[in-house]
Design a protein around this ligand. Structure first.
Ligand SMILES: Nc1nc2c(ncn2[C@@H]2O[C@H](COP(=O)(O)OP(=O)(O)OP(=O)(O)O)[C@@H](O)[C@H]2O)c(=O)[nH]1
Ligand SMILES: [Mg+2]
Length: 345
């Protein structure tokens, strides 16, 4: 699952990408190739588990980020098409908005208009083909046609595809067309150094047009600088700026939520580790996130919730309180489960 950083040109996407990935990836600034990287997920529960079960290593979950080139404002059809192709290939979109010298809201609206227009071109092209196929009696063409007709109606009404009500089979059809406005989206108000904490008129204007889309406010340049420092200098810099923790963690958590991911933990003397899985994944699927052997040879999951650990103190007490559960193949993982998988290969 990947989240794309999208937006107009020069709004701070690459700066934010470097903050998210702690400068681990050499980037191409201003180029036409996307930058791919992995961002660690700051996680207070993980830190807390490690206090109760002290390990040699603490390993956070990660989320995949794609820094996509900016949408050129006005013209440049061929570069626009390249950018749109990259946007089609990610699972969720975080639009970075210039709130340090831009006016915020209008940038959000022009991006929406751009994506709606591009989806409309795709849908209208596909609808003709679907119509012909439906007339020719092709089995699933009827469903495709119905979905495309509803899609075109929404887009012509300037509504994103995601605002429609879609049954599971229809959603699968939509996915095959890669409509950009079907993907979940959030907004990142990139504010000036001066406006961290206080916010700005531009950030307020983003909030105003956001509707149901989540908004996170950050200053990309500050976050990028913080991410460059080692642990001890970082604490000093945060203190000198009167900030408790970097905002980049809030953004990473919001991206995780946007991608529909939840977290489970494994905990032992060697390592305490967080893992990301889709909401509602089964116990064998969660085991498979660790290693395919664990999924193949899955027997059962011994698990408890991390809140039980925080309340009762250790695994022995959890067991005595009857809070240690033995879960089988049909179990849907709950966010915050701490798990030990039993398997046999
Ligand atoms: N003042 C200020 N400048 C910023 C901020 N974020 C980014 N910039 C500046 O904006 C310029 C462009 O930043 P990038 O991160 O390369 O922007 P981008 O969105 O990746 O640009 P393209 O990939 O070309 O679309 C750089 O000179 C940054 O220093 C910010 O929060 N405040
Ligand atoms: Mg860039």
């Amino acid at each position: 699952m990947e989240c794309g950083l999208i937006g107009m040109q020069g709004v701070g996407k690459t700066t934010l990408f470097q903050a998210l990935t702690a400068h681990a990836v050499p980037v191409q600034a201003g180029g036409m190739k996307p930058n791919l990287g992995i961002a660690p997920m700051p996680d207070a529960r993980l830190e807390r588990i490690a206090e109760f079960i002290p390990p040699e290593k603490v390993i956070p979950a990660t989320v995949q980020i794609v820094d996509i080139p900016g949408v050129p404002s006005g013209g440049g059809a061929s570069s626009l098409n390249q950018v749109l192709a990259h946007i089609r290939s990610v699972d969720a979109l975080a639009q970075v908005v210039n709130c340090w010298n831009g006016d915020g809201g209008s940038e959000v609206e022009s991006m929406r208009a751009e994506l709606i227009l591009a989806d409309l071109v795709v849908a209208e092209g596909a609808i003709d083909r679907a119509r012909r196929a439906a007339r020719g009696g092709e089995a699933d063409a009827k469903l495709r046609l119905a979905v495309l007709e509803q899609t075109v109606a929404l887009l012509e009404d300037e509504q994103p595809v995601r605002s429609g009500k879609w049954a599971e089979a229809e959603a699968a059809v939509l996915k095959s067309y890669g409509f950009m406005t079907a993907k979940p989206v959030m907004l990142v108000a990139n504010v000036d150094e001066e406006d961290v904490g206080s916010g700005s008129a531009a950030a307020a204007s983003v909030q105003k047009v956001a509707g149901s889309e989540p908004v996170v406010t950050v200053c990309a340049t500050i976050e990028s600088e913080i991410a460059e420092l080692d642990e001890s200098d970082r604490a000093d810099m945060l203190a000198s700026m009167g900030i408790e923790r970097p905002a980049i963690g809030v953004l990473a958590a919001a991206i995780n939520e946007l991608l529909g991911l939840s977290t489970f933990y494994t905990a032992g003397e060697k390592e305490v580790r967080a893992w990301s899985i889709p909401h509602g994944a089964s116990a064998p699927e969660a085991a498979g996130a660790i290693h395919s052997d664990l999924q193949r040879g899955f027997i059962r999951a011994e698990c408890y919730h991390c809140d039980d650990l925080f309340e009762l103190g250790d695994e022995k007490a959890i067991k005595e309180a009857g809070k240690l559960r033995s879960e089988g193949k049909g179990y849907s993982m709950q966010d915050g489960d701490v798990v030990h998988f039993l398997f046999n290969v």
